[in-house]
Design a protein around this ligand. Structure first.
Ligand code: HBI
Ligand code: FE
Length: 330
């Protein structure tokens, strides 16, 4: 429950407030940006595969039916789905050894030990959510597709991370136009077990509650340059901690290797084959930095540590014109 401005008596239903006040209010977030089409259009690798689309619809229905407090849906993945996961998992292993930050690599080992992470097994959200809850209080909630930035960030205020449960099309294991279980579980989830990372994710979420549209855009941009594409200094190197890097071997190599391979350059569809500009993390600048969503990032931000990111993001959130400064109590 959030406290700060509203007394218990004054608690209005979410429809009146326009934002969730309680973790249970997340049940009222139902509209995804894609209107349920799951962004499957002619360009999508699964567009003309009826079996794939039927399977995905069934998983999406489970997410739509989910209510706070329910058991997270258990998905029995097919052999085909598991081999897609396996291709991604094995390909990423070498990349993580070279370019992932230490916190991620250590946590992935723990997830292998406690959460069923393996090349030939797609972990279940329920096992991961229990693990995260013990470590940092974060939990997972299934989602059918892309949400608005506001709805997506609002949930972080309650230490809830929305996770899709379907997997990309098997025709192209190394490409997905939208989040899928590989991106969520291999990119995002491990670092939510890190206390500093969990804290600044929640700070972004708390700042997004009742924020102006401009501030939501700024917060989404800070989120993009940290949680999605953030780099972390380790000695003279910048290692990956953002999920968009950790779940994509092409972009991870592009961002972190001094001399990216030919394959990496080709996959990135970058016209100019110059390396990205890496700036020291500054949320004020990250908030207004433009970014492409379909090509490799031309500009990236590197934090000195996850604690450094937390401190800077906290200052940034305090600097916004906020209607109130909520506290979160479980
Ligand atoms: N919706 N389901 C889902 N998953 C995301 O990762 C996601 C989203 N909506 C917006 C979003 N991410 C970000 O681009 C930021 O705008 C927050
Ligand atoms: Fe993501």
């Amino acid at each position: 429950v959030l406290s700060g401005v509203y007394s218990v008596e004054a608690m209005a239903p979410r429809e009146a407030l326009g934002f969730p006040l309680n973790i249970r209010d997340l049940d009222l977030t139902v509209d995804t940006l894609d209107g349920g089409s799951a962004l499957i259009n002619e360009d999508h690798p699964g567009f003309s595969d009826a079996e794939y689309r039927g399977r995905r619809d069934r998983i999406v229905q489970l997410a739509k039916a989910y209510r706070h407090g329910d058991r997270l849906p258990f998905i029995e993945y097919t052999d085909k789905e598991i081999s897609t996961w396996q291709a991604v998992y094995e390909r990423l292993q070498d990349c993580h050894a070279k370019w992932a930050c230490t916190e991620y690599r250590e946590m992935l080992q723990q997830m292998e030990k406690y959460c069923g992470y393996r090349a030939n097994n797609i972990p279940q959200l329920a096992d991961i959510s229990d693990f995260l809850q013990q470590r940092t209080g974060f939990t997972l909630r299934p989602i059918s597709g892309l949400l608005s930035a506001r709805d997506f960030l609002n949930a972080l205020a309650f230490r809830v991370f929305y996770s899709t449960q379907y997997i990309r099309h098997h025709g192209n294991p190394f490409y997905t136009p939208e989040p899928d279980v590989c991106h969520e579980l291999l990119g995002h989830v491990p670092l939510f077990a890190n206390p500093a990372f969990a804290d600044f994710s929640q700070e972004i979420g708390l700042a997004s509650l009742a924020a102006s549209d401009d501030d939501v855009t700024r917060l989404a941009s800070v989120y993009w340059f940290t949680v999605e594409f953030g780099l972390l200094r380790e000695g003279n190197d910048c290692k990956a901690f953002g999920a968009g890097l950790l779940s994509s071997f092409g972009e991870m190599e592009w961002a972190c290797d001094a001399d990216p391979s030919e394959e990496c350059r080709e996959m990135g569809s970058m016209k100019e084959l110059t390396k990205p500009t890496v700036l020291s993390l500054d949320p004020v600048q990250a908030a207004k930095q433009e970014y492409p969503i379909t090509t490799y990032q031309p500009v990236l931000f590197c934090a000195d540590s996850l604690q450094d990111a937390k401190t800077k993001i906290s200052h940034f959130c305090d600097s916004l014109t906020r209607p109130f400064f909520p506290q979160y109590a479980t």
